[in-house]
Design a protein around this ligand. Structure first.
Ligand SMILES: Nc1ncnc2c1ncn2[C@@H]1O[C@H](COP(=O)(O)OP(=O)(O)OP(=O)(O)O)[C@@H](O)[C@H]1O
Length: 228
């Protein structure tokens, strides 16, 4: 589902963020991406949904060869990928319901299907009672749950989360991880860049460690491996 072969990424300012990346992630895996600040984690996950373009090498995502992907087909690639950010990126003027429904409206789903699916995901993240609130009326953890609901409302094959618990307190972070595990148990691939030693060492999954733009470790039930 994700194949990278000898992938390199140099930003326009000349900074080489990644080099010689070879990796393969199968459908249904749960993978942590760890490494020191500036190692290239965000760049690596960003390349998986074409937020960042690689400079050389080959990347195949869900059978799509990114070297052959035309710009106008990028939305099609992203349709199968839900993204969760550290800072939630919710639309501030829309309600919780509208923030989630928006992702389906652009796909021209029927209003009936939209309502059904939005209520299903709100149930999964336990926020049905906050459907009419706007993001400002929610705690950070609740806002992150809305952003997760938005990411998965379209039944994507994979969910990419860049530091999803970075702005949350420990208790809230565990709630978020429980939701990730539920999503993964239903077959969605979960890829999560994180600095959380506690999470990685407690909920044991595959760990890919990046340092200075290279993969230095890839273990199926790995540890965080850094002192923080
Ligand atoms: N848009 C950009 N333009 C130029 N250089 C960039 C850009 N984004 C990232 N970089 C550089 O690429 C390298 C990798 O950055 P990246 O954000 O991928 O690291 P990271 O491991 O996610 O770091 P952190 O844990 O601090 O978020 C760093 O040297 C960074 O300064």
């Amino acid at each position: 589902m994700i194949e990278m072969k000898d992938v390199n990424k140099t930003y326009p300012n000349g900074v080489t963020a990644l080099q010689g990346i070879d990796l393969s992630i199968a459908q249904g895996e749960f993978v942590y991406i760890v490494g020191p600040s500036g190692a290239g984690k965000s760049t690596l996950v960003g390349m998986m949904f074409r937020e960042e373009k690689h400079t050389s090498g080959s990347i195949t995502i869900n059978g799509i060869d990114l070297n052959k992907l035309k710009e106008r087909k990028v939305p099609q690639l992203r349709r199968n990928i839900g993204v969760v950010y550290q800072d939630f990126k919710l639309l501030p003027r829309l309600t919780v319901y509208e923030n989630i429904a928006f992702a389906l409206e652009v796909l021209e789903e029927s209003p009936k299907n939209i309502k059904k699916r939005v209520m299903e995901v709100l149930d999964l993240v336990k926020l049905k009672n906050k459907a009419r609130h706007i993001p400002d009326q929610l705690s950070g953890g609740e806002q992150q749950r809305v952003s997760i609901a938005r990411a998965i409302v379209n039944h994507p094959k994979m969910m990419i989360a860049d530091e999803p618990t970075g702005n949350l307190d420990p208790d809230t972070s565990w709630d978020i991880m429980q939701i990730f595990e539920e999503i993964n148990a239903k077959g969605t691939t979960v890829i999560m860049a994180t600095h959380s030693k506690e999470i990685v060492n407690t909920i044991r999954k595959r760990v890919i460690a990046v340092e200075s733009g290279r993969i230095v470790r890839d273990e199926s039930r790995g540890e965080y491996g850094y002192e923080i």
